[in-house]
Design a protein around this ligand. Structure first.
Ligand code: MN
Length: 277
C-alpha cells in the first residue's frame, strides 16, 4: 500500500515537465513530501528513479517511458492522482489525444476492461483541458510554423501589383537577390513581364502550400513545395496562391541586360477562377 501513497504524493508535484531531452530530469517531489520522514526514499525517488532512470532519454525517449509507465499503472488498476500526474506528463511528452485513446483501448484488452474505463475517465479530463487551454493555431499560424524559410515583412513595396496580402523575405543580398514570397489564400500578383535586352527572366521554386503559375493563353501550372518554374523573359504571366491554400515561393531574377519589370493589369476574379479549374 505504501508505494501507492508515495505515487500519490509525487503526483502532487507536477512541475518537472517539460524537460529538454538532453537535461537530467529535476524531481523534487520526494524531498518536498518525504524528505524528513523517509529521506532515503526521497533520495531514491528524486535522484535515481527520475534523475537516473527517467533521464536516460538516449536509451528510451520520455514519450516511450510515459507509455510504459501508463501501461504499468493502468494494469495495476491505479487510478489515483499518480495516474493523473503520469497522464499529464504523457501529454507533455508528446502523446496525442488520438494516441492515448488507442493506448488505453489496447491496454483494456490485456489488463481488463474496467481498468480502461477508469483510466479513460481521467485521461479525458487531461486531454480536454489541454484543448481548452491551447486553441488550435489559425491556418496562417500553422503555415508560418511549417515554413522552412522566413515569411518576412508585409510586402508593401509591391502591394500595388498584388491582389490580396503578401509578404517578402529577402534571403540573400549578393549578386543574385533571392527572396521568399508568401501569399495568403487567393492572393496573386498582377499580370507582368520580366524584360531584358538579353538574358533575363525569373525563376520560382515552391517552398510551401499550393499555388499557381500561368502564362497568358496557357493553362495554369500548379506549384507545390519543390516545384521549379522557369519564366522566360518577355512572357506575360502571373503567380500566386490557390484559393484555398497559403502559398510561398522563392523568386529570383535571371541575370540579363537592361532587365526591368513591366507590371500590367490585375488578374481578374474570373481569370483567377478559371486558372484553378
Ligand atoms: Mn514573375
Amino acid at each position: 500500500m505504501k508505494h501507492i501513497t508515495i505515487y500519490a504524493l509525487i503526483a502532487l508535484t507536477i512541475n518537472i515537465f517539460p524537460i529538454m531531452a538532453q537535461d537530467k530530469i529535476k524531481q523534487t517531489a520526494g524531498r518536498d513530501q518525504l524528505g524528513e520522514f523517509a529521506p532515503k526514499f526521497a533520495q531514491l525517488n528524486d535522484d535515481i528513479l527520475f534523475g537516473e532512470v527517467w533521464s536516460r532519454t538516449e536509451e528510451l525517449s520520455l514519450r516511450d517511458r510515459s507509455l510504459v509507465t501508463l501501461t504499468s499503472l493502468i494494469s495495476q488498476g491505479l487510478t489515483d492522482s499518480s495516474l493523473a500526474y503520469h497522464l499529464q506528463s504523457a501529454r507533455q511528452n508528446g502523446i496525442t489525444r488520438e494516441e492515448i485513446a488507442e493506448i488505453i483501448t489496447h491496454i483494456g484488452f490485456y489488463a481488463g476492461w474496467p481498468k480502461a474505463w477508469a483510466a479513460f475517465r481521467i485521461a479525458k479530463d487531461v486531454w480536454e483541458k489541454e484543448s481548452a487551454e491551447q486553441p488550435q493555431p489559425t491556418p496562417e499560424e500553422a503555415f508560418r510554423k511549417e515554413m522552412i524559410f522566413p515569411v518576412g515583412e508585409p510586402n508593401t513595396e509591391y502591394a500595388a501589383y498584388f491582389t490580396g496580402r503578401s509578404w517578402l523575405a529577402p534571403l540573400s543580398s549578393g549578386p543574385i537577390k533571392i527572396s521568399n514570397v508568401t501569399f495568403e489564400p487567393g492572393c496573386r500578383n498582377n499580370w507582368h513581364i520580366h524584360k531584358a535586352s538579353s538574358g533575363g527572366g525569373q525563376m520560382l521554386i515552391g517552398t510551401g502550400g499550393r499555388g499557381w503559375y500561368q502564362e497568358e493563353g496557357k493553362p495554369a501550372v500548379q506549384i507545390l513545395p519543390g516545384t521549379v518554374i522557369s519564366i522566360p523573359p518577355g512572357v506575360k504571366h502571373w503567380h500566386g496562391a490557390a484559393s484555398d491554400s497559403w502559398f510561398a515561393h522563392i523568386a529570383f531574377e535571371v541575370p540579363g541586360e537592361n532587365a526591368s519589370n513591366e507590371w500590367l493589369a490585375p488578374v481578374t476574379d474570373e481569370e483567377y477562377r478559371k486558372a484553378g479549374e
